[in-house]
Design a protein. Structure first.
Length: 257
């Protein structure tokens, strides 16, 4: 599952799909016992994700149950395992696909977050560019600045970090959410200059045009760095994948008055 997003939809080879949502004993989650019980029932794990969430240990498994198996019987068997605190069985069938109805978004910066496909997000921003031109791009940039500052306020409550480390944590979070596939902090000085390089950004990767495309993401990084430095900043896209450059390069500097 490394590098593969957790599916919202599943298609079984045969049988039915069961989505198991579990709460497990946090200090000793019985994962091997759960896998053994599923194997004994002839079930096949299509995907799964688990880990500590606050004081709880949670897990979600997408299971292909054998033909004729019942979800409530599978749930009951798993619930009998010592260390399993709660089990929910879900999965809604629509045609030949099953919807993972156990998922309800992500937990991001301590708050629930929704998920929008990148192509749909790109279409939203392209509509602003198309109808309002440079004014629309400026609008997107300042939207990003506001979101970046808000993200810092949330992240600083979670992480006892500052400066370059805080930026590194934020970029890693954006990458995990699919906003880009690679990043590098080329420069970060407390005197008021930062340079960040990105590849695979949702705004620029796979696009071709005569203008630079990073507006939202450029604004988000500018706003976040502004909050770190606690001074006004301005962000410029120096290089852009949409122009054929090997990466996006965003330069953020302090606004001197």
């Amino acid at each position: 599952m490394f590098g593969v997003p957790f599916p919202a939809l599943a298609r079984p080879r045969e049988g039915d799909v069961v989505i198991l949502g579990l709460k497990l004993k946090p200090d000793d989650p019985p994962l091997s016992e759960i896998m053994r019980a599923l194997e004994e029932e002839g079930a096949r794990v299509l995907g799964g994700i688990q880990g500590s969430v606050g004081p709880e240990y949670t897990a979600t498994f997408v299971i292909e149950a054998p033909p004729g198996a019942r979800a409530d019987e599978l749930r009951t068997k798993i619930a009998e395992i010592e260390g399993v605190l709660e089990v929910r069985a879900g999965g809604s069938r629509v045609g030949g696909l099953w919807v993972n109805d156990v998922l309800s978004g992500l937990l991001l910066l301590g708050e629930r977050a929704g998920v929008i496909p990148l192509d749909s997000t790109r279409s939203l921003f392209e509509a602003v560019r198309r109808y309002w031109g440079p004014a629309g791009e400026a609008f997107l940039y300042h939207m990003g600045v506001a979101a970046g500052k808000d993200s810092y306020r949330k992240l600083v409550k979670i992480a006892a970090l500052d400066g370059r480390e805080m930026l590194e944590l934020f970029l890693g979070t954006l990458r995990s959410c699919g906003w880009m596939s690679w990043y590098e902090i080329v420069e970060f000085s407390e005197e008021g200059r930062a340079v960040v390089r990105l590849r695979g950004s949702f705004e620029c990767s796979g696009q071709r045009g005569e203008t630079k495309r990073s507006n939202i993401l450029r604004g988000i990084l500018t706003g976040f760095i502004s909050a770190i430095w606690r001074i006004p900043t301005v962000g410029e896209e120096v290089r852009c994948e949409a122009l054929g450059d090997p990466y996006d390069e965003i330069s953020v500097r302090a606004m001197r008055i």
